[in-house]
Design a protein around this ligand. Sequence first.
Ligand SMILES: [Zn+2]
Length: 349
Amino acid sequence: METQSNVASNGEIQQQQQQTQPLTSADTTKERIKREASWPFVLFYIHLNILGLYGIFIMFTNASFLTILFTFALTFLGILGATAGAHRLWAHQTYTASTSLRVFLMLCQTIAGQGPIYRWVQTHRLHHQKFRQEVDPFYSARGFMAAQVNAQIMSYTREQQQLLSQVDMSDIEQDKVVMFQKKYYWVLYFFLHVLLPINAPLEYWGDSIAAATFVAFSLRYLIVLNVCWLINSAHFIWGLDKNFKPSDSNSVFFITKSYWPQYHYLLPNDYQSGEFGDYGSDFVTAMIRVFAALDMATDLRTISSVAVRKGLTTAVETGRPIVECIQEHATEEMNEMPKNNFLNRDRFM
Ligand SMILES: [Zn+2]
C-alpha cells in the first residue's frame, strides 16, 4: 500500500511530474527499474518509529485506560477502513455497499492515514497486475523486511508511474464517496487522523498531552501503517512457494483455499479472502457479514470449493484458462445461491 502513505507524501507530485515524460528507447532497463529513496517519507518513517515506540512506554506509565481503549478503537476502525473498505470493497469489488456504509468505510480509511482511497486502489491494482515482477510497487526479492519497509519508503520509477496512470479506475471514478474523499483528503485527514486522536483524550477525559500525542496518535499510526503494509508484504511470510507466479499450472491449492496468497492473487474477487493468511474466519469477513445482515452490504461474492472443482474439470476438458473456468462456475453458482448465503457458511463454502 504505497504506500498508501508514501502517496500521501510524494506520490502524486511525482506522478504529475513524471507522467508527462514518456519513456524513450534511450532509457536503459537499469534506469527504468531503479527506485530512489523518498527522503521526506524516510524521515517521516524514522520519526514515527521513534515516537510510536516511545508511545509504548507512555502507554504503560502515563496513559489513562480510556485513552488506551480509544487508541484501540481508532486502530480497529483504521484497519477496517483499509481491509473491508479500500481492499475488499473498492480495489476488488467483492461486495456492493450502500452509500451509508461507503461513507462509514471512507471515514475509517481516512483515520488510517494512508492517503486517498483512489490512490490506494490504483497502487493495489498495479500490485496485482504485476505481482512479483520488478515493476510491482511492493515487490522485493530480498524477503519480508525489504517488502514491508523498503517498498514503502522508495519513490516510484517512471515506468511505474506510467503503469499506474494506465490502471483502469473507471469504476472508482463513478463512486462519489471516493471522489469526495480524493478532493477533500487533506481536510478530512487533518480532522480525523490528526485532530480527533489528539484532541479527544485532552478534551473529554483530561488525559496528558504525552498520552494523547504519543499513544493515541503516534503509536496508533505506527501500528495501523505496519498492519496495513502487511496486506502487500504478507505473502513473503505466508507464501509457501517464494517463486510462485500466477499461472494456470500447479493449482491444486484452489480446492482447499488454504494457500492464501496464491488464492487471493489468482481469484481476488472473494470477500472471504483474509489479508493476514486466513480464509473466511477473520474479523473483517465477520464485519462484512454483519454489514450484510444489516442490509448495508449486498452481493457478497465468493467462490465455493465445488465451483473450484468444477472449474478445474472444465479447464482440463476444454484446455481453457483455469481462472476463467472457475470464475464462470462461480458466477453460475452465485446466481443460484440464496441472497443470505453468508449466514450459512457450512453449506455455502
Ligand atoms: Zn488484493
